[in-house]
Design a protein around this ligand. Structure first.
Ligand SMILES: Nc1ncnc2c1ncn2[C@@H]1O[C@H](COP(=O)(O)OP(=O)(O)O)[C@@H](O)[C@H]1O
Ligand SMILES: [Mg+2]
Length: 404
């Protein structure tokens, strides 16, 4: 699945934006212009499929924090996707559907029945999918049946609202049962949304989860906090020759020929640890002693070299803590990853932008005007003609990208 278009209203600084990303995206813009908010909006979608949206919103600081200026009445997200590779192409549930729309409204409802406090608010959530060809967005019937007694129509909106969980509202998608064959395509859609991965700042201090030994298990996708890096590395490095070669190549490009191999000796309690073997050192270096930058580099390479990545991988400021020479390697891996998945990277690094010479990424510039984020995708033709004379990084340094 690939995002064709994303519309967001009322979410943090994204008062009203429309964005049509490409396969490989870089997002640039000043601090506070809304780059991370864009990623957060996508995370909200992913959580709406996973379930536990309430918890996610609580962690984000509550509805008050996420509604634009605290005054917006609802968060309205409309996601249009189309199939990437095989997913949905043989769909029987959506025979004519080229694209799928997913609408998500998250709003406050006010009641005047609490005399002491002016109002009592309740979070109300509705979500539904529609095919492009249908004129009106309409909840898919089979979902209504699946929820049986616990589904109701919101009188005002005419939309299907799921009330599973008593006081909490979960999306229809998150409560979709996996066992019924008629839901198989929808379930795939849901799984793809759940699998989207977002990587913000990575903790690498000595007791950070990323450095700790792990129980061995098959684990192909890295969690945002890196806690399963060793598990994922072990799964892919020992199980996939291409991945192993890619990581070895990246490590040698970054650290020279002294890099030998990653090894995974046993630790206590059936756990395994990560060590790096250098040709010049007798003793392998343990994950506890690997430098912060090396660990971040390994983390990024593991995300991007994944042979079967989630359908969306978003990385917030990958340059953090990395030497500029590493950035060109990360960029090469990002280009390669974008052949398998949609890649979104925010950055402030001209060195990183410089590294995209063979492929011109879809470049989005964010700006915050009067408390609202604006997004602008740079026109490819114009960008390409500039790129004949300058690199992307040079144009970034000259403030040319913002003004294009
Ligand atoms: N509910 C909200 N309403 C309006 N603006 C918000 C809201 N929540 C956060 N912001 C603004 O979003 C900005 C942070 O955006 P962010 O995406 O983190 O920036 P960056 O581009 O640096 O990643 C801050 O300036 C903050 O004021
Ligand atoms: Mg940010």
């Amino acid at each position: 699945m690939k995002i064709q278009k994303l519309k967001v209203k009322g979410f943090r600084s994204l008062k009203d934006i429309t964005w049509s990303p490409g396969d490989l995206n870089v997002i640039i813009g000043p601090n506070g212009s809304g780059k991370s908010n864009l990623m957060r909006a996508l995370e909200l979608i992913s959580h709406s499929a996973k379930g536990g949206l309430d918890e996610f919103i609580r962690r984000e600081g509550g509805l008050d924090s996420i509604l634009w200026d605290g005054t917006a009445k609802l968060v309205d997200i409309n996601l249009t996707t189309f199939p990437h590779k095989l997913s949905f192409s043989k769909s029987s549930d959506f025979p004519r559907a080229k694209t799928l729309d997913y609408l998500l409204d998250y709003k406050l409802q006010f009641y005047d029945n609490a005399p002491e406090i002016n109002y009592y608010c309740q979070e109300l959530l509705s979500a539904h999918l529609r095919t492009k060809k249908k004129e009106k967005a309409k909840p898919i019937e089979l979902i209504k049946e699946s929820i049986g007694g616990s589904s109701v129509f919101n009188e005002f909106e005419g939309k299907l609202v799921d009330t599973i969980g008593g006081d909490f509202f979960e999306t229809i998608l998150s409560t979709l049962p996996s066992i019924l064959p008629e839901y198989s395509q929808l379930f795939k859609y849901k799984k793809e949304l759940i699998n989207w991965r977002f990587y913000h700042y990575l903790r690498t201090e000595p007791d950070a989860p990323i450095r700790q030994p792990v129980i061995t298990q098959y684990d192909p996708t890295i969690e945002p906090d890196g806690s399963n890096l060793i598990s994922v590395l072990h799964t892919l490095y020992t199980g996939n020759r291409d991945f192993e070669n890619s990581v070895d190549l990246a490590m040698r490009s970054a650290f020279g020929d002294d890099f030998d191999k990653l090894v995974f000796p046993p630790a206590s309690d059936q756990k395994i640890q990560l060590r790096i073997r250098w040709k010049s050192l007798k003793r392998e270096v343990s994950a506890l002693d690997i430098s912060d930058g090396t660990l971040r580099f390994l983390f990024l390479i593991t995300i991007l070299a994944n042979p079967e990545p989630p359908s969306l991988v978003a990385i917030d400021e990958p340059e953090t803590g990395l030497h500029p020479t590493m950035l060109s390697i990360i960029a090469d891996f990002a280009v390669d990853a974008s052949k398998r998945t949609q890649v979104i990277i925010t950055t402030h690094s001209a060195d990183f932008l410089d590294a995209f010479h063979s492929v011109t990424p879809t470049t989005t510039v964010t700006e915050c005007v009067n408390g609202k984020t604006t997004l602008k995708i740079l026109p490819k033709k114009k960008l390409k003609s500039w790129l004949k004379e300058y690199s992307l990084g040079e144009m970034f340094r000259m403030r040319q990208l913002e003004d294009m």
